[in-house]
Design a protein around this ligand. Structure first.
Ligand SMILES: NC(=O)c1ccc[n+]([C@@H]2O[C@H](COP(=O)([O-])OP(=O)(O)OC[C@H]3O[C@@H](n4cnc5c(N)ncnc54)[C@H](O)[C@@H]3O)[C@@H](O)[C@H]2O)c1
Length: 439
């Protein structure tokens, strides 16, 4: 099928590339020229393992291109995916202005089109949003929904760092539609998945709610294990063993039970807040989700508590922060716990050196007043403590003896339990980890 994709952020570029890989002819659209140029040059505008190869392959096969010209790309396609951002507003609600703008553009573009066109919202949006763009599309296109065009909602569940695999081998595909016809047209794009992966057909609002409920549930799992970790610590029980023990229960499952310094990223904080906002707007008190957020906010502070326990006053102490991205295998630092932690360290007048394998470029744009290191060893050189904030594999594989030889004090605060505590102690480190017996 001929597909246009509006927005080439994480979701848009992965959606466009993977739909091309499935054999469709895809045009990716953005307002940022650098992103469009990058894609047309076979480069990925975001860091995502495996994506660049796939972009190059599909460009060469003539199945994929990028453009700044929305109207032409939409007109020449049968289905348009809206993958623009839905950032949080001050009150926790979602800013839907990018969605409306995209809908206006699509409406204008299809005004002169004879064939039926399906508009698919892929961005994460509050229930009711996909219905709310119908009047915009009708006004701009002077067509009636269900006659001249259709509307569908197809939430995206990809995880940054694993996005290509998540798209190509999903646990499920959810397609909500204004009508069975619209759902059916979108389902055709996912036909290669039939029999291998579940494709759930539903209405627009349910599809929107499934996405919010999924992210809120995962955030709840993280705050739950963090709360358990804090109790474990007091009782000198290792939360890793507890997580393993409960994760073996098939009703619970082992994923999202890694105790640490809390969740971040562009999705969980914003989606949980948006769902809380939607709940309140509709007369419900989201008490559980309020606590999930509260636990998460407190959890990052544990990094400072451990450092103070190990070093006393942090004024003038040199802290090596390992990891800035909100999780490994991404360069995304949106709502990353590291940002809050580094700012608290600076308030405490600590001297901060930081390193991240992929997020240095993004970090340098927003985080000032710190030193950026070349690698993890350069980062810990002369430090009073190393603080692991993001669980990059290479931090867990560090040569601890080599690190210790250049550090001022042998202290590890492992906010993600990625460094082997026994090995660290055997190498002469004082080791502090979330959810275990600490010194
Ligand atoms: N990042 C994720 O892991 C993830 C996962 C699932 C769902 N989502 C959801 O998907 C949506 C997009 O997220 P993202 O992280 O890809 O966002 P992003 O901010 O990285 O990218 C959005 C892109 O849309 C472009 N854009 C905005 N308005 C446009 C317009 N009118 N025409 C053309 N391009 C336009 C921007 O320039 C930008 O490149 C959000 O609702 C998000 O919540 C994100």
């Amino acid at each position: 099928m001929k597909v246009s994709v509006i927005g080439t952020g994480y979701v848009g570029v992965v959606t466009g590339t993977c739909l091309a890989e499935l054999g469709n002819s895809v045009t990716c659209i953005d307002v940022v020229k650098e992103k469009v140029d990058a894609i047309n040059a076979g480069k990925t505008p975001i860091f995502e393992p495996g994506l660049e190869e796939l972009i190059g392959k599909n460009l060469r096969a003539g199945r994929m291109k990028a453009t700044l010209e929305l109207a032409k790309a939409v007109l020449e396609s049968e289905v348009t995916f809206i993958c623009v951002g839905t950032p949080p507003k001050e009150d926790g609600s979602s800013d839907l202005s990018f969605i409306r703008k995209a809908a206006e553009g699509i409406g204008k573009a299809i005004a002169g089109k004879k064939e039926y066109h399906v508009v698919v919202v892929k961005s994460t949006v509050p229930p009711g949003t996909s219905e709310s763009i119908i009047p915009i599309l009708e006004k701009e296109s002077r067509k009636k929904a269900g006659e001249g065009f259709g509307v569908a909602m197809n939430p995206e569940f990809l995880r940054e760092g694993n996005a290509v695999k998540d798209f190509m081998e999903p646990d499920r595909v959810v397609i909500g539609g204004l009508s069975d016809k619209d759902v059916g047209i979108v389902a055709k794009l996912y036909a290669p998945f039939e029999g291998k992966h579940s494709v759930m057909r539903t209405n627009l609002r349910t599809a929107e709610m499934i996405k919010y409920a999924s992210n809120s549930f995962l955030a709840t799992k993280i705050s739950f294990i963090n709360e358990i970790a804090n109790v474990c610590e007091k009782l000198e029980i290792d939360v890793l063993d507890v997580a393993k023990g409960i994760g073996l229960d098939s009703r619970i499952g082992p994923k999202f039970l890694n105790a640490g310094l809390g969740y971040g990223g562009s999705c969980f904080p914003k989606d949980v807040d948006a769902l809380r906002h939607v709940a309140k707007q509709n007369g419900c008190e989201p008490e559980l989700l309020d606590c999930v957020v509260k636990v998460n906010k407190q959890q990052a502070k544990k990094a400072i508590d451990y450092l103070k326990k190990a070093l006393g006053d942090l004024n003038g102490k040199k802290i090596a922060v390992l990891g800035i991205a909100f999780k490994p295998d991404t360069d995304d630092i949106r709502e990353a716990p590291a940002i809050r932690i580094i700012n608290w360290l600076l308030e405490e007048k600590a001297i901060v050196t930081a390193f991240d394998p992929e997020a240095m470029g993004n970090a340098k744009k927003t985080l000032k007043g710190i030193v950026y290191a070349k690698d993890e060893y350069d980062c810990v050189n002369g430090a009073d403590a190393m603080l692991v904030v993001t669980e990059w594999k290479q931090f867990g594989e560090m040569d601890l003896q080599k690190a210790k030889n250049t550090m001022k004090q042998a202290v590890i605060v492992d906010g993600r339990r990625i460094i082997d505590a026994k090995k660290a102690k055997a190498s002469g480190f004082k080791y502090y980890g979330v959810g275990m017996k600490n010194e």
